[in-house]
Design a protein. Structure first.
Lengths: 1054, 591
């Protein structure tokens, strides 16, 4: 109800704002007529995409050297007659060629924004820097590249676009909030869900993408604040950067090891009120769900075969199989495709955004409103009064007000708010459980409904007793409400009066996040339908309960951040001197936790000479209050050198096609405090919770005390890294080609590792100590080419990265066999057995036991016995996968021709392997959901199983759904049999748009109007797919499938 | 001036933003040692709760390994779910290595006991500060905390005993509680040092402990009798052939390819290098000390030892307290009763059944026994049916159907007995009811009958058969319900020490079946190869109309034919990682 009401209100606000804006702008649009021109002179105005005057655009007459620039009104006059062609260029805009038809008529020329933007000033941590003397390794995308991707969070737009950012999408929907604490455990770590355990950044609502740079998770910083609100509307984001090296992250001190994902939201700009409105509607389609469950008769046939293999009698008679096949007995012999029954092929997504900005020299503002509604894949029952399908609806508000209080003091107030509601089916189950159940339940488990309309159930065993239809549609729902408020106040005081170039900046931030859960559960009775001759019996299974409600507060988190920064930046002749002193303090409180406090005191100095030679250094002393007193403070430092080789005369004078060639190198020591368990430095004692023991004959149990485990590590400290980055930023052929290249060599040490020699004589478990060492090295390269042929503007940018890792030290015990050693291998090495194909009747004679002393049969997978002891056990597992450096790459390319644009993002991963022994490869393996030993679903690939006849061509081992196999799993072991490439190449995103000609827009009293269609996950070439449509990124049991999204929309600017 | 004014406003604004409050520096919810061992806690409530945790670490033998009794790895029983991969089957068939032994649900006593020792040490080191006001009932004006401390010392000694009966000498760590940075890589102490340590502890604490009979509210606490009983058992083990003059190092070498490294070379670590007959005397004397307390007596009814509490039951000297319930029935009871959930774990062997004499006390193999193969369970030692379920024994108001296709041996694929017998010991009296009734399930660790048998064994070994020795056997047999006959309860009176040894060993087998004694007894007596290597037997009863045929079968030939008891199995392997991670640690011979 409230939901519906707010939706209406929101729509009304949009309509009213549009109407107001339209009328006010109608007047101004008329007054833009330009003065006429003289003889031989063509005059005109250049405007930008929003029909605002564009200053500094260059107009040249083709075939001559005649060139002028527009003034601040966008006006120009140039000596050019009718018939001549003018070429109009401006930074970050597409070039436009215009033929002068009638020189007496003033021209109005519009330049559209380039898709790939590039600026001289770049956003870095806590400030803005000149790109030319920045020594760090950074990769940036701007808003254009973010809004072409339809998705519920900005993370969806990142794959393939940022050099060095590795993305792995593990789910197609926000994480199931069922049970509530799942979220906290994920983001706060194991243990007490009411404390910040091992983390010092806020809770992250991005549960779909694993983002990492140089093998490490990123720390998200939004407008200078460590915050993780992935639900920010991409349209209100100005830019997203990743900061990869030690020098760029050093101001985070004890937290500086992780690379930074830096989000900068749109800042106010001076000018008349500008309003833009975008609305878009999308259709989502699931990728990566198995779409080929075996029909009931085949399943029954294979199950019989498996039983026979296991030496048991057949379960289904020929008559059963015939009935399954001809569907003549839908109640006694059901054949239900649960995927089709419960899941929708398409689901909708809708989003709207409104942005208003404007202001003058004194005060400026920008306000963004966003609305998103993402639907889910579940069908709903027509006869229940609630919605149970997955759904996220979100309202966001981001406002930024900037006021010059005095000449020297400016105040910047930013407020971000979010109200989000997520619904998922199943008061108790959660969508993951339901998807997993759909994947596991055989087609013949039970009829959906009995002849009398009641829910069906299985009579044979107590498994499958939860009717899936009931579970998905009649079991209530979980509704999670998430609210965020972030308030950010910046005070900037220009102290040039004290000494030129000096300024003081103070910042305060408060952030509140609250999450509550409403669970409405009901359970409907299922019945087993039994027909004996002519009598029909319904025997109830499970139990029923009427709808009940529970409400719980999952999280209430309060973060605060204060920062004081003294900045000095001044040029003395050819020298430029910069200095910065910084103090900040951050505090996070989750639920009843004590504040986790981090402080930094940093000094930064920079010097450059003649814009050719640059040097910079930062020292940061940083504390974290959860280490032992006296062990809370650490020193971190980084330094860099740069050389603008392009400005040296031997280049400048000799190699004209090099515009700029900057070498940079930096090295530093960083820290990471995110691994430390909650106050581990002091030994504590735990109440056992449950009674431990009792005396006396009446068995009255008493709660005991015990030492907490693991025991205290009084020496625990942060993890450290020494990082080297060498790079070059190159610009060639008059900025047509940009090259950015980096090499890094990062040694992480003091990694929290449980000692290998953790012998039991200690009498308790060992804590992790700062022991481990890993080495990460790699290359990153980005190439950008932008050019135009007349009005055909085109661009391509390619990025790629390689990541290698090596375990240098993990305090491993000497292993019995050299192949068991992990040290020296990549950190993500897959261990397993080497498969030698299938056992044959001839081989079986040799004495051998399989994993867990299993006795193999012909058709089971045969493993290599590395140590030759006649049995397969942990001693025979060795490194089999992910031994090569990971490669990943992306390309963004496109063109614009007279308002018509196309862009595409292609993205891929190489040298990645995975163990494909999931449920769809292990048919009828009754694991997980329904308990071991119960035969579960099988898919058509199961038909390729080993049989004596197909021994030569089989791609799956023999069927063995019962007995030892189900428990001991010879055939489910990690081995090269299931080791598959996880490489893929995707057309991740594409957009086709058309910006209507200016004259058309003006006729509608609009500054600009644009229509577009874009899409995500358009096609994928996967290194390995078990079944058509399987997605290479998602192969988890119960994962929400990732979505192909096709989206159309309209964008209006006033 | 104006300029400064602005700066002041600015700075005060900044101060407002940055002003912060000091919080606790350590969470109050995290309790430190001074809260548990509180110098102001005159009740000692929290300290007592810590002691409870130490008690709780005593191992409970009820269906301890793979849901079976450890005795399923002896000649008395076999595991019911006998997959070769099950840890208990591996123990039974000797198919384990130092790498696999003790993993999962196996007999992983090494880390469990060192964890118990650590907890005891934490208590022993900290209890002194607690001003416990309560005084001991048996010692005037002495704070209970001294009894508590000695209880912890007893438990620590008992944990060490659990280690040495499996591993031989182990590292003794004294009162030390190790922390991060301490050197825990300790070498093994000699077997003698370990025995002396345990005996020394028992002697040191025995006079400052509660004494039996305990108040019912103190039932379960360590008593003086428990300390003496532990001493008696340790000394009995020390005197036994496996340790007393050990030859294990040379024996275990033969034909064994252990994976090492660093196998023991000093025989004193795995036993006494030099045998000494006098150790039997020490053992006999120690057992006699318990008898001399006169605090314990045999419970007149054999099954009630495990069901009754004091004061009606004075046989139990020390037990691990376990919640009352019907777990024993649910785990071990005969299957096939729809109303009574049972799983039939631990299948007793025919060999155990045959070890029970006739009601007259005469061995069934003896010519004059009167044993009738066609009614094999009639007129037998009452302990037979109190220990093992046999065909047609009444249970849950029903004569058990232990024949092929019968209710409890349906051969339908669900786990069922593999020997034709189910285990009965420790169960409540459910003969005449329709469903199980909750009862005492405490795990008995020391009881008076063992003390009598310890004494008889040690005395016979030291000085040969004597009326004193026989008297102890008579007591046990009399209680069992064996008829007195001509006063010998069916026993042969002999002057041959070896013959009497066999009698005592058999009595121990049948009296203490499933009490985690047999597994260690056949090792310390060094009779394991002769007991473990032959096929184990079961029974297969085929019932046709009007006639019942009994077939004796070899149990699980496929699994058990591989079973050879090699001498290295006399001691368990030290867990592999303990040897690899500790350069001072030496592996047991043959591993």
């Amino acid at each position: 109800m409230l939901y519906c009401y707010t939706k209406k209100c929101f729509t009304a606000i949009i309509i009213i704002s549009l109407a107001l804006a339209k009328s006010s702008f109608a007047a101004t649009a008329d007054s833009t007529k330009t003065a006429n021109s003289g003889n031989g002179i063509t005059s005109g105005t250049v405007v930008d995409e929003e029909n605002r005057p564009l200053k500094g655009a260059t107009i040249t007459v083709k075939g001559s050297s005649n060139a002028v620039q527009t003034n601040s009104d966008g006006h120009f006059e140039i000596n050019a007659g009718s018939g001549s062609t003018l070429e109009i260029k401006a930074v970050n805009h597409y070039t436009n060629n215009v033929v002068v038809k009638n020189q007496s008529e003033p021209l109005k020329i519009r330049l559209l924004d380039q898709f790939l933007q590039s600026y001289d000033k770049i956003d870095v941590l806590y400030g803005v820097r000149d790109k030319s003397d920045f020594l760090g390794s950074i990769s940036t995308v701007y808003t254009n590249q973010l809004v072409t991707t339809p998705g519920p969070t900005y993370d969806y737009s990142l794959p393939g676009q940022l050099t060095g950012l590795y993305t792995h999408q593990t789910s197609g929907f926000a994480q199931s909030q069922n049970g509530g604490t799942a979220l906290l455990v994920q983001f706060l770590g194991q243990g007490d869900p009411n404390v910040v355990n091992g983390h010092n950044v806020s809770i992250n609502d991005n549960s779909e993408f694993a983002l990492s740079v140089r093998n490490h998770a990123v720390t998200t910083v939004i407008d200078g604040i460590q915050q993780n609100v992935a639900g920010i509307d991409p349209g209100s984001i100005e830019s997203i950067s990743i900061l990869k090296d030690a020098l760029s992250t050093m101001l985070l001190g004890i937290n500086s090891s992780n690379p930074i994902l830096l989000i900068t939201t749109k800042k106010p700009e001076i000018g008349q009120p500008r309003i833009s409105f975008t609305t878009q509607t999308a259709v989502q389609q699931s990728l990566g769900l198995p779409n080929n469950p075996l029909p009931a008769y085949l399943w029954a046939y294979l199950y019989n075969e498996g039983l026979e293999n296991d030496g048991s009698a057949a379960f289904y008679t020929a008559n059963d199989i015939a009935k399954y096949r001809d569907h003549s007995d839908p109640y006694g012999h059901p054949d239900v495709n649960w995927f089709n029954l419960l899941l929708k092929p398409y689901s909708p997504m809708q989003s709207d955004r409104l942005n208003v900005s404007g202001g003058d020299d004194v005060a400026r503002y920008t306000i963004s409103l966003g609305y998103l509604n993402q639907g889910g894949i579940f069908k709903e029952a027509p006869d229940v009064t609630y919605h149970s399908n997955n759904n996220i609806s979100r309202y966001t508000l981001n406002s930024n007000i900037n006021v010059n209080v005095t000449k020297n003091l400016s105040v910047d107030l930013q407020m971000y708010g979010r109200v989000q509601q997520m619904v998922e089916p199943g008061g108790l189950a959660g969508y993951g459980t339901i998807i997993s159940a759909i994947e596991h339940t055989p087609n013949n488990a039970y009829p959906v409904r009995n002849p009398d309309g009641s829910l069906g159930g299985a009579s044979t065993a107590d498994v499958f007793k939860t009717n899936l239809l009931g579970m998905a549609q009649y079991s209530g729902y979980t509704q999670t409400n998430l609210k965020n408020v972030l308030v950010n106040l910046d005070l900037n005081y220009n102290l040039s009066s004290v000494t030129p170039g000096l300024s003081l900046k103070a910042r305060g931030n408060l952030a509140i996040e609250s999450q509550t859960n409403i669970v409405r559960t009901e359970q409907r009775q299922a019945y087993t339908f039994i027909q004996l001759d002519s009598t029909i019996k319904y025997s109830p299974i499970g139990s029923s309960s009427s709808l009940s409600n529970t409400f719980s507060t999952i999280l209430f988190e309060r973060d605060s951040f204060t920062q004081l920064m003294l900045d000095y930046d001044r040029r003395f002749g050819k020298s430029r001197v910069g200095a910065q002193a910084l103090f900040d303090s951050k505090s996070i409180i989750a639920n009843y936790d004590l504040p986790a406090e981090t402080t930094n005191k940093a000094l930064r100095g920079s010097y450059s000479y003649d814009d050719k030679y640059m040097a910079e250094a930062t020292v940061n002393t940083s504390t974290y209050n959860r280490y032992a007193p006296g062990r809370q403070r650490g020193w971190f430092w980084a330094g860099g050198l740069g050389w603008q080789m392009g400005k040296e005369s031997f280049i400048k004078d000799n190699v004209s096609w090099i515009d700029s060639w900057k070498w940079r190198v930096d090295y530093g020591k960083t820290g990471n405090n995110s691994g430390a368990p909650y106050y581990i430095y002091k030994q504590t004692y735990t109440n056992s919770g449950a009674p431990t023991y009792f005396f006396g004959i009446n068995h009255a149990g008493t709660v005991g005390y015990m030492e907490s485990t693991p025991i205290a590590d009084p020496y625990i400290s942060w993890e450290s890294a020494k990082k080297l980055d060498v790079g070059a930023d190159i610009s060639l052929f008059h900025n047509l080609i940009q090259v950015n290249a980096d090499y890094y060599h990062e040694k992480y040490y003091g990694l929290l590792t449980v000692p290998g020699d953790n012998i039991a004589i200690l009498g308790t478990s060992y804590p992790a100590e700062n022991l481990g060492q890993n080495l990460y090295t790699g290359f990153e390269l980005a190439l950008t080419y932008k050019n135009h042929i007349n009005n055909f503007n085109y661009f391509i940018t390619v990025n790629g990265a390689s990541q290698a890792s090596k375990v240098l030290f993990n305090d491993e015990l000497p292993q019995r066999y050299p192949w068991l050693t992990h040290t020296g291998l990549p950190t993500n090495t897959i261990f397993g057995y080497t498969s030698l194909g299938y056992w044959t009747t001839a081989d079986i004679g040799s004495k051998y036991t399989g994993p867990n002393s299993y006795t193999p049969q012909p058709g089971d997978i045969k493993y290599q016995d590395l140590n030759g002891d006649g049995k397969i056990d942990a001693n025979d597992a060795h490194a089999i996968g992910n031994l090569k450096p990971l490669l990943f790459y992306g390309t963004t390319l496109g063109f614009n021709y007279k308002g018509f644009n196309l862009s595409m993002v292609l993205q891929g991963v190489g040298n990645l392997q995975r163990m494909a022994n999931g449920y769809y490869n292990l048919p009828m393996l009754g694991f997980g959901l329904f308990g071991s030993g119960t035969p579960s679903q099988a898919y058509t690939q199961a038909l390729d199983r080993w049989t004596p006849q197909t021994a030569a061509t089989a791609t799956k081992p023999r069927f063995s759904p019962t007995g030892e196999w189900a428990f001991n799993g010879n055939n489910s072991q990690s081995s090269t049999f299931y080791l598959k490439p996880a490489n893929y190449f995707r057309l991740k995103n594409a957009e086709i748009g058309y910006t209507l000609p200016l004259s058309w827009a003006q006729r509608l009293k609009l500054a600009s109007i644009r229509v577009f269609i874009n899409a995500e996950n358009i096609f994928t070439i996967a290194g390995y797919q078990e079944f058509p449509g399987e997605d290479p990124e998602i192969n988890g049991d119960g994962s929400y499938p990732i979505q192909r999204v096709i989206n159309g929309g309209l964008s209006i600017k006033l | 001036m104006m300029k400064n004014y602005k700066i002041i406003i600015f700075l005060s604004a900044v101060t407002l933003i940055t002003a912060c409050k000091k919080y606790n520096t350590f969470p109050l919810s995290q309790q430190t040692v001074d809260r548990v061992f509180d110098a102001r806690d005159s009740l000692g409530a929290n300290a007592n709760k810590f002691l409870l945790t130490v008690y709780s670490q005593v191992i409970n033998g009820q269906n301890r390994i793979d849901n079976n009794y450890l005795d399923a790895a002896t000649d008395d029983a076999v595991p019911t779910a006998a997959a070769i991969s099950e840890p208990l089957t591996q123990i039974a068939t000797g198919t384990y290595t130092s790498f696999t032994f003790g993993f999962g649900s196996g007999d992983n006593v090494w880390s469990a006991c060192y964890a118990g020792i650590r907890s005891a040490n934490v208590f022993i080191n900290n209890i002194d500060v607690v001003p416990v006001q309560a005084t001991m009932p048996n010692i005037p004006n002495l704070s209970m905390k001294y009894a508590w401390k000695n209880e912890a010392r007893f438990l620590r000694a008992y944990f060490y005993f659990q280690l040495i009966e499996r591993y031989g000498g182990v590292p003794l760590i004294g009162d030390k509680v190790f922390n991060v940075g301490d050197n825990v890589k300790l070498p093994r102490n000699t077997f003698e040092q370990c025995v002396n340590y345990i005996v020394g502890e028992c002697d040191a604490i025995k006079d400052t402990l509660l004494t039996a009979p305990l108040a019912t509210s103190n039932y379960g606490r360590v008593t003086k009798g428990a300390a003496l009983a532990l001493k008696a058992r340790v000394l009995l083990y020390a005197a036994s052939p496996l340790f007393n003059g050990t030859t294990l190092i040379t024996e275990a070498k033969a034909g064994n390819t252990g994976i090492g490294p660093r196998v023991v070379t000093d025989p004193n670590i795995v036993g006494y290098q030099v045998a000494d007959q006098n150790r039997w005397k020490l053992a006999a004397d120690a057992a006699n000390d318990v008898i001399a307390l006169k605090a314990y007596s045999l419970n007149p009814v054999f099954p009630d030892i495990f069901l009754d509490y004091p004061p009606s039951n004075n046989e139990v000297i020390f037990a691990k307290i376990v919640d009352a319930g019907t777990n024993v029935e649910n785990k071990n009871g005969p299957i096939g009763f729809p109303a009574a959930n049972s799983n039939g774990y631990t299948s007793p062997t025919q060999d155990l059944v045959d070890a029970f004499p006739m009601l007259s006390g005469i061995d069934i193999h003896a010519a004059n026994s009167g044993f009738k193969p066609d009614s094999p369970y009639a007129h037998r030692d009452p302990r037979l049916q109190q220990t093992v379920f046999v065909n047609e024994q009444v249970w849950l108001n029903t004569p058990l159907q232990l024949f092929q296709g019968g209710q409890s041996i349906p051969n339908s694929g669900v786990p069922q007995t593999v020997t034709g017998y189910y285990s009965h010991k420790f169960m409540g009296e459910s003969e005449r009811v329709n469903n199980y009734v909750s009862h005492n399930e405490d795990w008995t660790i020391f009881r008076y009958a063992e003390i009598l048998l310890n004494y008889a064994e040690a005395k016979n070994e030291f000085s040969g058969p004597s009326p004193d020795v026989y008297q102890k056997l008579f007591e046990v047999r009399k209680r069992a319900g064996i008829s007195q006959g001509n006063g010998t309860y069916g026993l042969t009176i002999t002057a041959d020490k070896a013959v009497l040894r066999g009698i005592i060993q058999n009595e121990r087998r049948i009296e203490m079946a499933f009490e985690e004694q047999r597994f260690f007894d056949i090792r310390r007596w060094k009779i394991a190869p002769t007991q473990m290597n032959p096929y184990k037997h079961g029974v297969q009863i085929v019932k046709s109309v009007g006639e019942t045929t009994i077939n004796y079968i070899n149990v699980l030939p496929d699994v058990y034919k591989q079973n050879t008891f090699t001498p290295n199995q006399y001691l368990q392997p030290i867990p592999y990682n303990e040897v690899i991670g500790n350069l001072q640690m030496q592996q047991n011979p043959g591993w």
